[in-house]
Design a protein around this ligand. Structure first.
Ligand code: NAP
Length: 280
């Protein structure tokens, strides 16, 4: 059998997913291909999805801006993806499209791989910057995995409030970005999920890191382009431990590949190769 996978989104010309899944197929000893289906936002999404249905892919990924838009076109949705409200992976099960979200589990796996001992203690205090799609997935997965002490800092407080209510996070405090900045050192894990640090904001960080942080704190940034964001560089400079976004990219892909093929590939050895791809 030869698997057929793909990705829909816009723009996706520079996506590393074909490279990642090509490696996974090779490592798992499977035959297959991974194609890009770039759907321009001007095109009819419904018409493009008909093309995808005809192509009978075994599975595909969905990236921005279609992670929510895909939901009405599915035949079923996993309960985690439903709670997160976004789908980034579809599995074709006998012609039925079932939606999943692999971001939260991918994030948790990457973190556990980097800091296995720190995260055994579920009473660790966590601060999440952001309340967008990625934050929803990460917050949902962390809270379902027993982490109860998670605070949220977002520019728009109402979005954070909505998340706290929806996920019934009774112990969660909502902070302004300024308040969060003043209390950073109180958190064992600081997770940066906003888009600040990429593209035109590469020289900025969501907050200033101060020297009260030390190797007791882990600073995690899910941005992977650039690999080393301003926030991570500043955190390293004061001696904090850091966690890179490209590792989440690998592990969320690992989980998608598992859903499609029932095979788990080892991704540790791909981390450096992915770095070369991103930095090259
Ligand atoms: P999103 O749903 O659009 O959310 C964006 C978040 O960034 C919101 O919390 C938003 O705050 C905040 N934000 C945007 N501009 C801001 C500004 N000028 N000042 C302060 N906050 C600002 O995006 P997403 O899907 O969650 O993705 C966020 C980032 O995660 C992107 O960089 C994406 O590439 C990355 N990501 C990485 C992975 C991975 O595998 N490593 C996976 C998914 C996403 P408001 O609510 O106030 O607008």
């Amino acid at each position: 059998m030869s698997y057929r996978f793909g990705l829909i989104g816009y723009p996706i010309k520079h996506s590393l997913s074909p490279w990642i899944h090509g490696n996974f197929l090779h490592m798992a000893g499977l035959l297959g291909s991974y194609s890009l289906y770039e759907i321009n936002t001007q095109d009819s999404f419904t018409e493009q999805l008909k093309v995808l249905r005809k192509d009978k892919l075994d599975g595909f990924n969905i990236t921005a801006p279609y992670k929510q838009k895909i939901i009405p076109f599915l035949d079923g949705i996993d309960k985690e993806a439903e709670a997160i409200g976004a789908v980034n992976t579809v599995v074709n099960t006998n012609g039925k499209w079932i939606g999943y979200n692999t971001d939260g589990i991918g994030y948790l796996r990457s973190l556990m791989n980097a800091y296995p001992f720190d995260l055994q203690d579920k009473s660790k205090r966590i601060l999440i910057f952001g309340a967008g799609g990625a934050a929803r997935a990460i917050l949902y997965t962390l809270s379902k995995n027993g982490f109860n002490y998670i605070d949220i800092a977002n520019r728009t407080e109402d979005k954070a409030k909505e998340l706290k209510l929806q996920y019934e996070l009774s112990k969660t405090s909502l902070l302004s970005l300024q308040e969060a900045e003043q209390h950073l050192e109180e958190y064992d894990l600081i997770v940066q999920t906003t888009s600040i640090g990429m593209n035109s904001t590469q020289d900025s960080a969501i907050v200033s890191i101060n020297d009260k942080l030390s190797n007791k704190n882990i600073v995690s940034d899910i941005i992977y382009q650039p690999v080393s964001t301003r926030l991570l560089r500043d955190a390293l400079n004061v001696g904090a431990r850091i966690h890179y976004g490209h590792t989440m990219l690998l592990y969320q892909a690992q989980y998608a590949f598992e859903l499609w093929t029932n095979k788990q590939v080892k991704v540790d050895e791909m981390e450096n190769k992915l770095l070369e791809q991103l930095e090259g």
